[in-house]
Design a protein around this ligand. Structure first.
Ligand SMILES: Nc1ncnc2c1ncn2[C@@H]1O[C@H](COP(=O)(O)OP(=O)(O)OP(=O)(O)O)[C@@H](O)[C@H]1O
Length: 413
């Protein structure tokens, strides 16, 4: 029987509610128990202090597919994973899972703290349905993958969080499950181990369906071929367009923080972003929407004190992970200014090569020094605009070059 592409996870109208108050929650628990005995059910209704942690979620996942499960803190991602792993029961809806499920949901969950790492491997393997002989055949590979051989006979309660996640992932991944559920816990591992895990997930994907919860969008972009963006328990985006899901996720966190500084000799009066026809792009959605590879100009109006000597301007582009990904220095175009009073400076970027995503733009006006010393900062504003780059459907790197490509005649070796 050809099992490629078979649906391994089917989720239909899944909902789970929680209560915000422990006492009320216990009281509802008792009432529900009695209602169940009487054959009544009111699970679809919310009572005071209850809320939907997961509401009406449906999707299918096939062998070879990796679902990136993303959303703000408290969106319901872990609750959904816990329902899929059978740790909690839903209030409504249905989950159908085919095959063996490997899960890495809560740090240390599934481990017995007083048993050693090695004993826990056997325990976990047995829970997954493997025989002792089968685990014997895998145990060395698991220890090697986790890179904790030195500590494998130590009780797990003495492991660091990184060591626990290493062992947890190694067990879940080396047992080659049909369905692999991974929560954000991977983030506890160091960069080297995280990379190794992502590569391993990529290898497993040929035979596995993976659900991967993460707040690290480049990782999601790298391994997910399906996306589910959750917002307060509900689905906001669900489907194959991973880029769209990531973009919508970023848009939900508009950066309004701002640091304004400098010695005050230059004051920023206004800023405009213009398109190639010199028309201002108006911010209607909270973002100035720019199209990849098109030309744009920045126009700033400044009030410059007489004490200011020569100065240069720099725009910085910061991504959602607060990394500076690009600069636009006037110095590199040999543009140094010395005008005083009311000054307007327009600068043009011929090709907006930033990749799809959301960026914050900052500006600084700086003193020119002829020696190598750092000049004064006359004016600095870390957030003059939030821009959203669209018009490019592939690639998640912050810089996307556009250039000429030519097919040449092959050289004979
Ligand atoms: N056992 C529980 N009892 C009551 N509320 C709960 C319980 N477990 C989770 N919640 C609540 O359900 C909501 C969803 O939580 P969940 O852990 O699923 O979010 P998440 O998307 O995984 O968040 P994060 O990104 O922070 O890990 C939150 O408001 C949380 O406080």
């Amino acid at each position: 029987m050809d099992t490629t592409n078979e649906v391994l996870v089917k989720v239909e109208g899944l909902s789970k509610k929680f209560c915000k108050d422990l006492k009320t929650s216990l009281w509802y628990g008792v009432k529900d128990l009695i209602s169940n005995v009487q054959g009544q059910s009111h699970t679809r209704l919310l009572r005071p202090k209850e809320f939907w942690a997961v509401k009406d979620i449906s999707f299918e996942l096939r062998r070879g597919e990796c679902l990136g499960l993303i959303g703000h803190n408290g969106a319901g991602k872990s609750t959904l994973l816990k329902i899929l792993n059978g740790l909690i029961n839903p209030d409504a809806g249905k989950v159908t899972i085919k095959g063996r499920v490997g899960a890495l949901i809560e740090l240390g969950a599934g481990f017995n703290p007083i048993l050693t790492g090695r004993e826990n491997i056997y325990n976990n393997g047995a829970i997954l349905g493997f025989t002792k002989k089968e685990i014997d055949a895998k145990v060395e590979a698991i220890i090697d993958f986790a890179e904790i051989r030195e500590f494998i006979d130590m009780p797990v309660q003495n492991y660091s969080s990184g060591m626990k996640v290493r062992l947890g992932f190694a067990v879940a991944a080396q047992m080659e499950p049909d369905v692999l559920l991974i929560d954000e816990v991977l983030a506890v591992g160091d960069v080297g181990f995280r990379m190794k895990c992502l590569t391993r997930i990529g290898e497993l994907l040929q035979n596995t369906a993976v659900i991967f919860v993460s707040h690290t969008m480049p990782q999601v972009a790298r391994i997910a071929n399906k996306i589910l963006l959750m917002d307060h328990g509900k689905e906001l985006v669900c489907g194959d367009d991973v880029s769209d899901g990531i973009q919508r996720y970023y848009q939900s966190f508009q950066n309004t923080d701002k640091i304004v500084g400098g010695n005050g000799l230059v004051k920023l009066k206004s800023i405009k972003i213009l398109n190639n026809e010199s028309k201002e792009i108006v911010n209607t959605t909270g973002f100035v929407e720019l199209i990849h590879n098109e030309a744009y100009s920045f126009e700033i109006n400044l009030d410059i004190d007489d004490k200011v000597s020569k100065y240069w301007v720099n725009y910085s582009f910061i991504d959602k992970d607060a990394k500076q990904v690009a600069n636009f220095f006037s110095l590199f175009s040999k543009s140094i200014f010395e005008d005083k009073g009311q000054v307007s400076i327009k600068s043009k970027i011929e090709n907006m090569i930033l990749g799809q995503g959301i960026y914050t733009v900052g500006v600084s006006i700086n003193e020119v020094r002829t020696d190598k010393s750092r000049g004064d900062i006359y004016c600095f504003d870390s957030n003059i605009a939030s821009i959203s780059i669209t018009g490019i459907s592939t690639g998640h790197a912050p810089i996307q070059f556009v250039g000429e490509w030519n097919l040449m005649e092959a050289n004979e070796a």
